[in-house]
Design a protein. Structure first.
Length: 159
């Protein structure tokens, strides 16, 4: 059983409902881990700017940050915490417009992308990016969305 905790630290009107976010996260986790806890925190640009500066030494807000839990094995067995995902509502909504995507589609992709980072996937190297993107495409299609990379857009939080 997965436990998804969703926190709104910004205007709730700027983000999808908890039920939607939960659905997207659970689909990304499906078949990949049997029991885990994930926290997804929706934040405003000022909080994301602080986090991006503190943890990545980058200025300004980014769309998503993932913080995998680093627990000792004995603790992880008893408390299966996967980690935290922080999403900046303003950035995701702006990107959806810029990339000509529906807000729902882009939000779903950002949630799925964050989950895959928590699961240990990355896109720093081309071969890793290809694997991660293919998995994201599959989950997005299972959720009824189109390929989020079909127009050549890539998640831009590493720039």
């Amino acid at each position: 059983m997965h436990q998804i905790t969703i926190q709104y630290a910004s205007d709730k009107k700027l983000a999808p409902a908890k039920a939607q976010i939960n659905k997207w996260a659970l689909q990304a986790l499906s078949g990949r881990t049997s029991k885990t806890d994930v926290t997804i925190r929706i934040v405003a640009a000022d909080e994301m700017t602080e986090l991006n500066s503190a943890y990545r030494r980058k200025s300004g807000p980014t769309n998503v940050l993932s913080f995998p839990a680093e627990l000792p094995a004995a603790v992880a067995d008893e408390y299966p915490i996967l980690g935290d995902i922080i999403i900046c509502a303003e950035v995701v909504n702006r990107e959806a417009v810029e990339q000509h995507k529906t807000p729902q589609s882009h939000w779903a992709h950002i949630v799925v992308h964050g989950i895959f980072h928590l699961l240990g996937y990355d896109h720093e190297q081309d071969d890793e990016a290809e694997i991660m993107e293919q998995l994201e495409i599959e989950v997005m299609q299972q959720l009824g969305f189109t390929n989020p990379y079909e127009h050549g857009e890539h998640i831009k939080h590493h720039e």
